[in-house]
Design a protein around this ligand. Structure first.
Ligand code: FMN
Length: 212
């Protein structure tokens, strides 16, 4: 995938993109890409990581609330900080990845509405209802984590998301000052070889979808 998207603000409206490119995009992002088993030694440059964030932040969130927060652990030293929090089965994969991303969210995301959505009363609406705020932060923060996964694939990176870790330990180690919550991890790097295990089956239409 070499074509770079139009600059921010100049993208075509949803549903009006380059129709000819779409089957290729779908094939690349969903059919061909697999969860990474290994990563190459090739480092992932800061420019690529910044591009990754520039892309994922454009994915839609409710009211443009954008609650996700990210820690990009680019060094061995940084990754060691959360090693004790990793489930045993995830230690090797997480530590071997060139970059380990902690996908988190800010429970006080509504404090950014002055920048993100200046609709009057919106900040106070969320500030007054902790349950609504938490649900909104988790839902949209998780979506933004998924945008990160797909944006990384679009940039030619391979990813392995991981939820096997102790979130409280990670929050204590990385997010204490900010008060952010840890949602899941994404190990990323350039792909190394083909994934050897066969793709696990997915649910057929009739079990997963209602067609009304
Ligand atoms: C939210 C989430 C959490 C996951 N947690 C782990 C994990 O803790 N350890 C792991 O090795 N893989 C983990 N995975 C990887 C999945 O098992 C894998 O992406 C899935 O089976 C699809 O594999 P495929 O892309 O090869 O079809 C996780 C994936 C997601 C999306």
């Amino acid at each position: 995938m070499t074509a770079s998207p139009a600059p921010e603000g100049q993208q075509p409206a949803e549903g009006r993109g380059d129709e000819a490119a779409r089957p290729v995009l779908a094939e690349e992002l969903f059919t061909r890409c697999r969860t990474a088993e290994a990563f190459s030694d090739r480092p992932v440059g800061d420019d690529v990581l910044h591009r990754l964030y520039d892309l994922l932040r454009l994915g839609p969130t409710s009211g443009n609330c954008s609650p996700a927060r990210f820690a990009f652990l680019k060094t061995e030293e940084a990754r060691q900080k959360i090693r004790p929090a990793l489930s045993m089965g995830n230690v090797e994969r997480a530590m071997a990845a060139p970059v380990l991303v902690v996908v988190g969210y800010d429970p006080l995301f509504f404090e950014k509405f002055g920048t993100l959505n200046p609709m009057p009363g919106l900040r106070d609406w969320f500030a007054a209802d902790v349950g609504l705020g938490d649900e909104t932060a988790f839902r949209n923060g998780t979506l933004q984590g998924a945008y990160l996964i797909m944006a990384a694939r679009a940039l030619g990176l391979a990813v392995r998301p991981m939820s096997g870790f102790d979130a409280v330990m990670v929050e204590e180690e990385l997010f204490r000052k900010q008060g952010w919550r840890a949602n899941f991890l994404v190990a990323l790097g350039y792909p190394e070889g083909e994934v050897s295990s066969p793709r696990a089956p997915r649910l057929p239409h009739e079990e997963a979808c209602l067609w009304l």
